[in-house]
Design a protein around this ligand. Structure first.
Ligand code: ADP
Ligand code: MG
Length: 465
């Protein structure tokens, strides 16, 4: 009888045995027995456990013998022997299984940890999309990226504070968050990542008078949050201008961190010297480490950013000319560049049209927009119309005709140029909420105010919008 047949027979007899022997005994001593040969009147089973062999012979030989008798229809001798080779084989297998289990456990723990890390990172206001590896580098942002990486790898060693300056949508937040992401993943330093607006709100809430509130404890909590960290990342620091009390608090926060040899990273759309409303002592702090600038990306970089975005969204088969077309027209703001691609993609989804160059042109109409006046020319025209200057419109003045002119700029730039609130806000040195409010107010007022409606209609007509 060949070995395959022998093993088959043993499997069948084993099933019968399983019904007659207690489960624990069966699992421990019987299930691993291996059938190796069958002669005329004998059948041989081997075991890797010498104790097991003795135990089975003494306690279950009769049961086993009866089962074999039933199967073969005659009495046969069942040899149950200890076999060293088999014992070694079992041992080896056992080790293999243990190793495998160990590995699985390790993987499971790593997975668990990365999920914990993920929610931890999220709780720190860190956007996982912003990393160094997906920040496309060129000569216009190379220094900023290298400085950010140096800070992430070795905080406080070189540039403290690191001040990243650049126009809207050029990757300041991306680099700052990449620092936070990198440091958090390394896991040994405490990071606090915050928008300036949130820092201001936090401060205002901590100091606001509320009956029965323990202001000292609120302030302690606030200070603990921002001062008891290894790295403080503050985005869009230009918004601190005009917030006098907050400026003081920020100054002391930065001072405390700096003296304790903790890292500070700041971003802003303006260089420290172009923030005249911020007291010199704070501006000097900003400039104390390294100030790096990001300039708009080159054409090839813009194409690459779009390609990466398509890949990230799982969109395939888009021809190079589509990327190049969008990159050609969206030069100054990567957020708008990405927005343009997202728009084409969304339209193609809705209309079930493939993304071709023709289709992208149809959706974006870049050539037409090129001939439209820019926000700068709108500001100049409207300033002239209301007899004020463009600088007045960009200033903080609240004189009636200046704020009216400013509100009309917001409305027309939004409604007719479809500029984002943020783009308009940057041009006017305002917060995007302010622009949104002004544009909305004009929209509502022209329904009832004939003078304003006439003004707006004339301006729109003369600008050819
Ligand atoms: P900012 O803070 O300067 O206004 P963001 O950092 O928010 O700009 O960038 C706007 C968008 O453009 C983000 O989606 C960001 O990932 C992307 N972006 C900007 N610059 C780059 C770059 N060099 N490589 C890849 N993506 C970029
Ligand atoms: Mg930003």
């Amino acid at each position: 009888m060949n070995t395959v047949e022998v093993k088959k027979i043993w499997e069948e007899i084993k099933q019968d045995l399983q019904k007659q022997i207690p489960a624990t005994t069966f699992d421990t001593w019987i299930s691993h027995l291996e059938a190796i040969s069958s002669e005329e009147n004998s059948f041989t089973l081997i075991s890797g456990e010498s104790f097991g062999v003795k135990y089975i012979r003494e306690n279950y030989y009769k049961t086993i013998f009866e089962c074999f008798k039933k199967y073969f229809g005659k009495e046969i001798i069942v040899n149950i022997e200890f076999n060293q080779e088999y014992a070694d084989k079992i041992k080896k297998n056992k080790l293999k299984v243990e190793k495998k289990l160990e590995k699985e456990k390790q993987l499971e723990e790593e997975h668990k940890k990365s999920i914990e890390n993920l929610s931890y990172v999220k709780s720190l206001n860190i956007n996982l999309r912003y990393r160094f590896d997906n920040f496309v580098e060129d000569s216009n942002n190379k220094i900023a990226k290298a400085a950010a990486q140096a800070v992430a790898q070795n905080p406080t060693a070189k540039y403290n504070p690191l001040y990243i300056q650049g126009g809207s949508g050029l990757g300041k937040t991306h680099l700052m968050q990449a620092i936070g992401h990198y440091v958090t993943m390394k896991g040994n330093l405490k990071v606090q990542c915050i928008k300036t607006e949130d820092f201001i709100n936090d401060y205002v809430n901590s100091t606001a008078f509320v009956p029965n509130k323990n202001t000292t404890s609120a302030m302690n909590k606030f200070r603990n949050k921002y001062r008891n960290v290894d790295i403080l990342l503050i985005d869009d620091i230009q918004f601190i201008e005009n917030k006098k009390k907050c400026i003081d608090e920020l100054f002391h926060t930065l001072d405390t961190l700096y003296n304790a040899n903790k890292q500070i990273v700041l971003t802003s759309d303006k260089l420290p010297k172009d923030l005249p409303e911020i007291p010199k002592r704070l501006r000097t702090r900003f400039e104390q480490g390294l100030v790096v600038e990001i300039k708009p990306p080159e054409f090839e970089t813009r194409v690459q950013i779009l390609k990466n975005l398509a890949k990230e969204k799982g969109i395939e088969n888009i021809s190079q000319d589509v990327f190049e077309y969008i990159a050609k027209y969206y030069k100054d703001n990567v957020r708008e560049l990405e927005g343009a691609f997202t728009k084409v993609n969304a339209y193609s989804d809705i209309e079930q049209e493939p993304i071709t160059l023709k289709y992208a042109k149809q959706v974006l109409k870049c050539e037409e927009n090129l001939n439209k006046p820019t926000i700068n020319s709108i500001i100049d025209y409207i300033a002239n119309f209301y007899n004020v200057t463009s600088e007045d419109i960009k200033s903080t003045s609240r004189v009636q005709n200046i704020s009216n002119a400013r509100a009309v700029v917001c409305y027309i730039a939004r409604e007719k140029l479809q500029n984002s609130y943020e783009t308009i806000a940057v041009k006017l040195n305002k917060r995007h909420q302010t622009v949104m409010y002004a544009a909305d107010k004009v929209k509502k007022t022209i329904k009832t105010d004939n003078n304003l409606r006439n003004d707006v209609e004339i301006i729109i007509k003369n600008l050819g919008l």
